[in-house]
Design a protein around this ligand. Structure first.
Ligand SMILES: *[C@@H]1O[C@H](CO)[C@@H](O)[C@H](O)[C@H]1NC(C)=O
Ligand SMILES: *[C@@H]1O[C@H](CO)[C@@H](O)[C@H](O)[C@H]1NC(C)=O
Ligand SMILES: *[C@@H]1O[C@H](CO)[C@@H](O)[C@H](O)[C@H]1NC(C)=O
Ligand SMILES: *[C@@H]1O[C@H](CO)[C@@H](O)[C@H](O)[C@H]1NC(C)=O
Ligand SMILES: *[C@@H]1O[C@H](CO)[C@@H](O)[C@H](O)[C@H]1NC(C)=O
Ligand SMILES: *[C@@H]1O[C@H](CO)[C@@H](O)[C@H](O)[C@H]1NC(C)=O
Length: 365
């Protein structure tokens, strides 16, 4: 066999194996229990219950660090996918949405919307308005907008990451909110209906309507499918809805059990692509927020803006695994595998390494 043929063959085999490593998982928050349910999406009956010691109402996944962010209604904490390495964040949270590339978690609670830096755990309230009651939130990482349900006015509003340019998008009594940034559509639940509009609130379409008296309480989008939690107060179902095919399917159903939130994630973690905020922390003293045009440095709540004083030296909290790009002299230790999740680069590197070695080996022969 010619060396180049062996090279191509090995590349083919190894790239094929790569797919096997990645597993799409589903995690469900079930208040009333002290664990979360996870299962492979390919067979949701193979459920594993991960003990987290708290009744969880909302759930998010950081696909850069491989950590769950779990809300109990009165606070949030994060854990690895095994439920261990717990970190408490003393924030009252009802809904969360993560921009994993910038390491930001936006959260809502009553009259407030805040942002938590996943690097340093600094946080800042960006909207505090006694006339609003905030429900679910969804991040538009492409346009640096957040969309959120205002239950006081029955509207969906949006603003840019720093809380400015606030505007009403659509008037509706929504529950559950997701954004499809590829198609520029915003989806929300209204009673048993899944409704979609464009990002300006126009071109409304009904995608799904439940006829069994169950209402939508939470939505999540992954790879062209919307995962919906529906409940009638006693029983709950988790459904998937394929947007292009307009086909829905029941994945999990339980009697006398409430599901409150769902997240779908890949066990192969994403890498952070350098951006204006990760390189040297965006030259910020505390934390950096990207904006539609550029970035801004944020002084967290409870901190003083150090205008005239020496620049604060950031000392990353050792319990936090997420690290930004910092100068070469202080490069952080590179972690390849986190709690059963695998990092994308380590897979790519191993593919390149193995195929190059095979090529060299074949050339010698
Ligand atoms: C899913 O797992 C269950 C329990 O192990 C098994 O009985 C069933 O055949 C599996 N279904 C598929 C489609 O693999
Ligand atoms: C929101 O504003 C009110 C008064 O305007 C203040 O009392 C309250 O502490 C603020 N809340 C937060 C979380 O900043
Ligand atoms: C948010 O960013 C916009 C755009 O850069 C700026 O005009 C505005 O003043 C900022 N608002 C706050 C509260 O910092
Ligand atoms: C999806 O299919 C249903 C019928 O099952 C139809 O009523 C609805 O209009 C379709 N929605 C879209 C957006 O195509
Ligand atoms: C949705 O379903 C409910 C209950 O079956 C029904 O009352 C309602 O009219 C439907 N809405 C639409 C727009 O079809
Ligand atoms: C929910 O639905 C189930 C059957 O579908 C029914 O037995 C139960 O009474 C319903 N609960 C409420 C609160 O309507």
């Amino acid at each position: 066999m010619e060396p180049w043929m062996l090279y191509l063959l090995s590349l083919f085999i190894i790239t094929g194996q790569n797919v096997v490593h990645s597993e799409i998982m589903i995690a469900i928050a079930e208040p009333g229990r002290s664990d979360i349910r996870t299962a492979p999406l390919s067979n949701v009956s193979l459920a594993t219950y991960i003990d987290v010691d708290d009744a969880v109402t909302s759930i998010e996944f950081d696909n850069v660090d491989g950590r769950f962010y779990l809300g109990t209604g009165i606070n949030i904490f994060s854990t690895g996918t095994n439920g261990k390495e717990k970190t408490e964040h003393k924030l009252e949270v009802t809904s969360m949405s993560i921009d994993s590339q910038y390491g930001l978690l936006f959260y809502t609670s009553n009259n407030n919307i805040g942002v938590l830096s996943l690097y340093e755990h600094f946080h800042k309230i960006i909207i505090n308005d006694s006339d609003i009651k905030v429900g679910e939130i969804a991040v538009d990482a492409d346009n640096k907008h957040i969309y959120w349900i205002n239950k006081a006015d029955n509207t969906i509003e949006r603003n840019i990451y720093n809380g400015s340019s606030r505007e009403m998008v659509v008037e509706t009594k929504a529950k559950g909110l997701v954004l499809d940034t590829k198609e520029d559509r915003l989806y929300y639940g209204m009673d048993g209906m899944l409704i979609g509009v464009n990002l300006n609130g126009k071109d409304e379409k009904i995608y799904y309507n439940n006829s069994d008296g169950q209402t939508i309480s939470s939505l999540h989008l992954y790879d062209g499918k919307i995962y919906m939690i529906l409940t009638n107060g006693t029983n709950s179902i988790l459904m998937s809805y394929d947007i292009k095919a307009n086909v829905s399917m029941v994945l999990v159903q339980e009697t006398a059990q409430i599901f409150s939130d769902v997240v779908v994630y890949n066990t192969v973690l994403q890498d952070v692509v350098d951006n204006e905020c990760t390189v040297n922390y965006g030259d910020c003293n505390y934390f950096c927020l990207p904006l539609p045009n550029g970035k801004t440095c944020i002084t967290p709540d409870g901190k003083v803006d150090p205008i005239d004083i020496e620049i604060v030296t950031l000392k990353p909290d050792p319990t936090i695994t997420r690290k930004p790009e910092i100068p070469p002299t202080q490069k952080p230790e590179f972690r390849n595998s986190i709690n059963g999740c695998v990092r994308q680069t380590s897979e790519k590197l191993s593919v390149i390494f193995i195929s190059v070695s095979l090529y060299v080996f074949a050339s010698i022969l």
